[in-house]
Ligand binder design. Structure first.
Ligand SMILES: [Zn+2]
Length: 331
């Protein structure tokens, strides 16, 4: 028993297509050391897994913690994947990752138990355990970036469906026969409300002759607008940016209404760069559209539609907290 109590740290890893974030987390859920490095995905899976193992060693060294004091490693990774086996089925952003047994490979390299979960599910779980959703047990997370991802917590448990592909909020079809989505379908939320979609519509409008301060703010990077540039255009009252963001807010509001009508969660958390950069300014119209389209209007003030709190750290924290929950079950 004494031996078990010595394992008072957990490692969280957020494996992305361009960067790997790694954090050592103590019992209180605080990050005591972290590392960030390029994924070098083009070098193939073996190299990437070696880099993850190196980054785990690095955070342990930085905090002067020996591996014997670490309970487990939790990895948030792009999917689809199987969290029960820790196998990544395929990952479009990671060339060569097909049926890759990530948990087993990383366990062999580190000697520690490894648990793998979908990155957005991990981020949602992080917000649930340590962020905006700490006080509720049913919530939906929606993360708006170049794509739109989602996660679902019911009864205090992450729910991912029997094939582990639930909560694909970004691929709810919101506009019948709307713009083509990256997934191949038409009119998905991601195709009308992601940063990619907002940028696509802004660029098209500017090319069609509309004026915007974005041509000045973004220069030759008009095709790849950052959340920061969009936020600055909003702060300077750029009419075109406000109009296109308005459409994204409208569609997100409709999606939130459908989710609440279906599940009735206590909370919907919105995160990602655009939401973080604009905060309540972005959220208020989303909430208004959502409330206007709810079927049950009583106790509306109890349905919380709020901003995420953990930013970039939601993924590492959530992956770590899931590993803590799962290592307990396995024993
Ligand atoms: Zn789609």
């Amino acid at each position: 028993m004494a031996r078990k109590s010595r394992r008072s740290y957990v490692v969280g890893v957020d494996l992305g297509g361009t960067k790997i974030l790694t954090a050592l987390i103590n019992k209180k859920g605080e990050i005591v050391a972290q590392a960030k490095q390029a994924t070098e995905a083009e070098m193939g899976p073996e190299r990437v897994i070696a880099r993850i193992a190196e980054s785990v060693e690095r955070v342990l060294r930085r905090a002067d913690v020996v591996p014997e004091r670490v309970l487990a490693i939790g990895v948030g990774a792009p999917g689809p994947l199987n969290p029960e086996t820790g196998v990544i089925l395929n990952a479009p952003n990671l060339p060569g990752w097909v049926d890759m047994p990530l948990a087993e490979r990383l366990r062999d390299k580190t000697g520690l138990p490894v648990f793998v979960e979908n990155d957005v599910n991990a981020g949602t779980y992080g917000e649930f355990k340590l962020g905006a959703g700490r006080d509720v047990s049913d919530l939906v997370g929606i993360f708006v970036g170049t794509g739109i991802g989602g996660g679902l917590i019911l009864g205090g448990q992450l729910r991912s469906g029997f094939r582990h592909v639930a909560a694909e909020v970004g691929h709810m079809i919101i506009v019948a026969d709307g713009p083509r989505c990256g997934c191949g379908a038409c009119g998905c939320l991601e195709a009308v409300a992601s940063r990619t979609a907002i940028t696509r519509d802004l660029v098209a409008a500017i090319k069609a002759g509309r004026t915007s301060i974005l041509t000045e703010l973004a220069g030759d990077k008009l095709d790849d607008l950052t959340s920061g540039v969009l936020a600055e255009a909003v702060q300077r009252g750029d009419a075109l940016t406000l109009e296109m963001l308005g459409w994204a807010q409208h569609y997100l509001g409709l999606a939130v209404a459908s989710i609440v009508n279906l599940i009735d969660p206590e909370m919907v958390i919105l995160g990602g760069g655009v939401v973080e950069a604009l905060g309540e300014y972005f959220l208020a119209p989303v909430r208004e559209t959502a409330f206007a389209n709810l079927i049950a209007k009583h106790d509306l003030q109890r349905v919380k539609i709020v901003a995420a709190k953990l930013g970039d750290q939601a993924g590492v924290l959530g992956a770590a907290m899931l590993a803590v929950a799962r290592v307990g079950k396995r024993k």
